[in-house]
Design a protein around this ligand. Structure first.
Ligand code: EPZ
Length: 422
């Protein structure tokens, strides 16, 4: 398994260009199942999770072809299988949003239940109750959800919590249902909006994406479309934190500023200088960082996917910060690894107390999940001496060319490839 070797203490300076959003790409790839015509996607990031999603779609009969570095053509002319196998779903739980499209297009689906992951139990009850409300007969047998439906019928669905994946699954199922579907307490994330934009380009009739109430008027069929994936707001926040933690000054030329309001506000509160620049952002940190109180929330609140990155940053603030993780039940796995680098963090249930320290020291650390890994990389960028981050495959799932982008703005970071059998 590859490792990243980082020599910290070098302020980052220069310009970073974000890749396409992982969390917009994954459901949009699954949406290709909804039509027999080709769809053309641009600004698609080259990520581990994208490869997994394409492998899953391939088992269903969806053909794909890379037309350029980030341009992808997909075509589900014929659905050859209705089964999303466990070995793919367990490696990437976002595969579960293939359920809605398969049901809508092929009227049946057999999707492995994803089970938990490092950050929590990650149930799919809201997905299941959602498609059941649309008329699907669905049951769990031998670790797979088996679902069938003649034509789905629109319904009013209340989500107990604004689940991103459940909103996406129901929106895609409702696109081809008979009649109107209304999703109440829908997720408002920008990635949900980008999926809605793609579906609309395919001929779907969707209203209210980005608000708590999304209405979908089902249509008979969807056609091919072209779509450009939005920039990755979580990569943006991660790179903003990288500039801040190293005391550098970085421009992020394609930052989706309007999607980063909570992040910008919190970083400014911590003493980071952020200004709009040519449609992107300029981020600088000169003085000592200040402690803050942070609570993760569904969008537009502070994103849980940036909590680990903020913890690394606040580990160097002058004072004590409090982080409350409200979205996932086990998303502090990065805390003990940061403590091995000299951070002073006390975790009590869903709250972490972060007492700032003057310096972090490089160490051997292990990545546990995608965003925790990024927190360790950020700490390594600030720490004195060398940090070795193992299990880098976690990072490769969600960050494209990370060490190349960081090295281009002055980080001393390199990948030790491990070509032995993994
Ligand atoms: C999406 O996951 C993202 N992944 C996650 O990003 C992100 O952390 C999460 O949304 C929250 O913003 C993708 O978009 C591919 P949820 P998702 O359903 O859809 C509970 C990353 O690092 N819940 O909004 O799985 C669930 O347990 C990843 O890029 C139910 O109880 O998130 C969690 O506590 C990590 N029942 C909360 O809702 C359900 O049926 C939010 O989950 C579904 C979810």
């Amino acid at each position: 398994m590859d490792e990243l070797i980082i020599h910290g203490g070098r302020p980052l300076r220069g310009t970073i260009v974000l890749s396409g959003s992982k969390n917009a790409t994954l459901p949009i790839l699954m949406a290709s199942v909804l039509t027999a015509e080709p769809v053309m996607l641009s600004n698609v990031p080259r990520l581990g999770d994208v490869r997994t999603a394409l492998a899953l779609l391939g088992t269903l009969g969806v053909e794909h072809e890379w037309l350029g570095e980030h341009e992808l053509r997909l075509c589900a002319a014929r659905i050859l299988s209705h089964e999303a196998p466990y070995d793919l779903v367990k490696t990437m739980r976002a595969s579960f949003v293939v359920l809605g499209p398969l049901l809508a297009r092929a009227r049946k689906a057999r999707v492995a239940t994803p089970g938990g992951c490092a950050i929590g139990a990650r149930p799919v009850n809201l997905h299941v109750s959602g498609v059941r409300a649309l008329g699907a007969r669905i049951q769990l047998r031998h670790g797979y959800f088996e679902a069938r439906a003649e034509r789905l019928t629109g319904a009013r669905i209340w989500l107990d919590s604004p689940s991103v994946g459940a909103t996406e699954n129901i929106m895609m199922a409702g696109a081809l249902a008979r009649g109107r579907t209304v999703i109440e307490n829908a997720a408002r994330e920008p990635e949900v909006c980008d999926l809605a934009a793609m579906l609309t380009a395919m001929g779907a009739q969707i209203y209210g994406a980005g608000t708590h109430v999304i209405e979908i008027e089902g249509v008979e069929r969807l056609h091919g479309a072209q779509h450009r994936i939005i920039a990755d707001r979580i990569e943006a926040g991660s790179m903003m934190a990288a500039a801040a933690i190293t005391g550098g000054e970085v421009s992020i030329s394609n930052a989706p500023v309007e999607q980063l309001e909570a992040v910008i506000a919190k970083l400014k509160e911590a003493g980071v200088e952020i200004s709009s620049e040519n449609g992107g952002l300029r981020v600088a940190a000169r003085g000592q960082l200040r402690p803050v109180e942070l609570r993760t929330l569904p969008y537009p609140g502070f994103p849980t996917d940036l909590q680990a990155q903020m913890m690394a940053l606040l580990a160097r603030a002058r004072g004590t910060s409090v982080i409350n993780e409200t979205v996932f039940e086990n998303r502090f796995m990065h805390a003990p690894e940061l403590c091995r680098m000299g951070a002073d963090i006390l975790v009590k249930g869903a709250t972490a107390i972060v007492r700032g320290v003057a310096q972090l020291s490089g160490a051997q650390v292990m990545a546990t999940d995608l965003r925790a890994s990024m927190g360790l990389v950020l700490a390594g960028l600030a720490a004195e001496n060398e940090t070795q981050v193992s299990r880098v495959y976690h990072l490769d799932r969600g960050y494209e060319a990370l060490e190349r982008k960081l090295a281009a703005v002055g980080a001393q970071i390199e990948r030790l490839k491990d070509d032995s059998a993994e």
